[in-house]
Design a protein around this ligand. Structure first.
Ligand SMILES: [Fe+2]
Length: 161
């Protein structure tokens, strides 16, 4: 399947710049990083969970949201702006510059905006995306697990399906 919007994001100059900026800011980070590997893990887990839960969603929306959901993280490090808000702002600029259709933009922005919201309705893609973001983390092999602020219940300490 051709992920049209996702691949336009991938080639976008602003996206690449922000991704590079984030990579540099996180190069010495001992906790989870927010590079493209994390984005793709989140997208793939979200796709599986959507299928398992009978939630119909265009995969291009899931993958686009995954690429962009943490893209504002650098502004949290440098400007203390919550990264979901910064990501919404940067994602909006990127989606406009690649001529993303308004209905897809609206869905992508909603997934980004709610990716840290534990109160999402459980029947929504927003909830699935929130869970996939957390499930993508490999706490069971993380050397910084002890210092991590996540509670023991929240950490992924076992491999699950
Ligand atoms: Fe994330």
């Amino acid at each position: 399947m051709n992920l049209e919007i996702t691949n336009r994001i991938l080639e976008n100059v602003l996206y690449r710049q922000e991704l590079q900026k984030l990579k540099e800011l996180e190069k010495d980070r001992i906790f989870c990083r927010h590079g493209i590997e994390h984005s793709l893990d989140t997208a793939r887990i979200a796709m599986i969970l959507c299928r398992e839960n009978g939630i119909e969603i265009n995969p291009d929306i899931i993958y686009s949201s995954a690429l962009l959901h943490d893209i504002g993280r650098s502004r949290e490090y440098t400007g203390k702006i919550p990264h979901h808000s910064a990501s919404v702002s940067i994602a909006g600029q990127i989606l406009d510059s690649i001529n993303c259709p308004p209905d897809i933009k609206k869905s992508v922005i909603s997934l980004i905006e709610n990716h840290r919201n534990p109160d999402n309705d459980r029947s929504t893609p927003e909830y699935i995306f929130y869970i996939a973001d957390k499930k993508s983390r490999l706490c069971f092999v993380c050397p910084a697990s002890r210092e991590c602020y996540w509670s023991e219940e929240k950490k992924n300490l076992k491999i699950e399906v």
